[in-house]
Design a protein around this ligand. Structure first.
Ligand SMILES: Cc1cc2nc3c(=O)[nH]c(=O)nc-3n(C[C@H](O)[C@H](O)[C@H](O)COP(=O)(O)OP(=O)(O)OC[C@H]3O[C@@H](n4cnc5c(N)ncnc54)[C@H](O)[C@@H]3O)c2cc1C
Length: 396
């Protein structure tokens, strides 16, 4: 079976590996001329780590990642800890660690693996324009006039997916009313020990910040999410200034502001966060979707890429199991994945409301019980995420 993949982001590259592992021929088409990731971090929970380990990437991840001691939530201005969830028993509890990775590092690890298993499978500078399918196969048509033919097509072409538009006539989602600042800073530019070795969410009315280390602790990553009345810029990313981000977080905790102050000019990027309601279907005939193309989500569970990684495993497994009936394989894939991805989309949105409580009363109502439960019943508290981190799709 020859599988075509549109898009070589984290989802497309992982799908190439899971499909190659099942013995399929794979061709991966990416519109960019060079594979580049944004200079930002990714949290990969144990549920994503299971798949990457099963693909033989454990040593590479171990070498490049940072492993946080805990996940915690703090008040953005005072720094008061609302709760702290230790990650030291993650391997014991879930069978895999919690990783923090630079996106470019994860991309390089996946790309090396694809190139070593299937040199020549990746085709750069190939932008998909149209998709056609018939009883015998599926054809991709590129903007340069070229074509590719295969048995199955996986649209892993992200939130603005052309494959999704071609299948279901659903174009881009809408602006969520929030934007995200993203920056990384060399740890050596910060006072020693300033940033706790944890994934920390700093919360406040209408905004929050996430801080954590990357690349063995050599970099600090900061994401700052702000509610906005609209998105006035052209395109979905915009270069911002240090003064702008410091203004957005005026009066916030010195740890947060020191990281922002350490950023150099030209290092502050702002992203429009986009949303799309859950799709009715992900697949049609010989074509299916994966990752942000079918379930883009707000990043407040740090699971968008992880869901794409899980999708990739399940898709390859279902295609291997039902190789004689491709539409049935794609339906099984969708049945297995859609409820979980939809749940993560919903919880991500809900977390935004939890983080951004506008009123003092709302903060007291939400944060005090969190504080109490995390102290009185830490195991019950940790157990609230078992449904997410405890899933290991590689165990079938
Ligand atoms: C601020 C922020 C923080 C985040 N943090 C986390 C986190 O900590 N953990 C986590 O798991 N997730 C996180 N996410 C979500 C994560 O970034 C995405 O869910 C993930 O990158 C989706 O991967 P993908 O491969 O589906 O899509 P993409 O990464 O968007 O890749 C799509 C690829 O397709 C290519 N492409 C697009 N159109 C075409 C075309 N027509 N033809 C050919 N190629 C095409 C693109 O160039 C791109 O390479 C975060 C997101 C944001 C915005």
């Amino acid at each position: 079976m020859h599988v075509l993949i549109a898009g070589a982001g984290i989802g497309g590259l992982t799908a190439a590996l899971t499909l190659l592992r099942q013995g399929f021929e794979v061709s991966l088409y990416e519109r960019a001329h060079h594979l580049e990731e944004v200079g930002a971090g990714l949290q990969i929970g144990p549920n994503g780590a299971h798949v990457l380990h099963a693909l033989g990437l454990g040593d590479a991840l171990h070498h490049m990642a940072f492993r946080p001691e805990a996940g915690e939530m703090r008040v953005g201005t005072t720094g008061r800890v609302i709760f702290s969830l230790p990650f030291d028993d993650t391997v014991q509890r879930y069978g895999a660690p919690y990783y923090h990775l630079h996106r470019a590092d994860l991309q390089a690890i996946l790309l090396d693996a694809v190139n070593s298993h299937a040199p020549g499978a990746l085709h750069l500078g190939k932008e998909v324009k149209e998709v056609r399918q018939d009883e015998q196969g599926v054809t991709l048509i590129f903007t340069d006039g070229g074509q590719a033919r295969g048995d199955v097509l996986v649209g892993a072409d992200g939130v603005h997916s052309v494959v999704r538009r071609e299948l279901f006539d659903i174009a881009d989602g809408h602006f969520s009313g929030m934007s995200a600042w993203r920056m990384t800073v060399a740890t050596e530019r910060l006072p020693k020990g300033l940033v706790p070795p944890k994934a920390t969410v700093w919360v406040g009315p209408g905004k929050h910040v996430v801080t954590y280390y990357l690349r063995r602790g050599e970099l600090v990553n900061l994401v700052g999410v702000v509610e906005e009345n609209g998105w006035p810029y052209e395109g979905w990313t915009s270069l911002g200034g240090k003064d702008d981000i410091l203004r957005d977080y005026s009066g916030w905790h010195p740890i947060v502001r020191r990281i922002m102050e350490a950023g150099g000019d030209g290092e502050f990027y702002k992203w429009a966060l986009r949303e799309l309601p859950p799709l009715d279907h992900w697949s049609k005939g010989r074509v299916t979707l994966l990752g942000d193309a079918c379930h883009p989500m707000l990043p407040f569970m740090a699971q968008g890429a992880v869901m794409a990684i899980e999708d990739a495993w399940v898709l390859a497994e279902q295609l291997a199991r039902h190789a004689q009936d491709i539409p049935a394989a794609l339906s099984r894939y969708e049945e297995k994945r859609k409820p979980r991805a939809t749940r993560v989309q919903a919880v991500s949105r809900r977390n935004g409301k939890l983080y951004h409580q506008h009123s003092t009363a709302g903060q007291a109502l939400l944060y005090s019980p969190l504080w109490m439960v995390s102290r009185v019943a830490p195991d019950f508290f940790a157990g609230q995420l078992d449904w997410l981190y405890g899933e290991d799709v590689t165990k079938g």
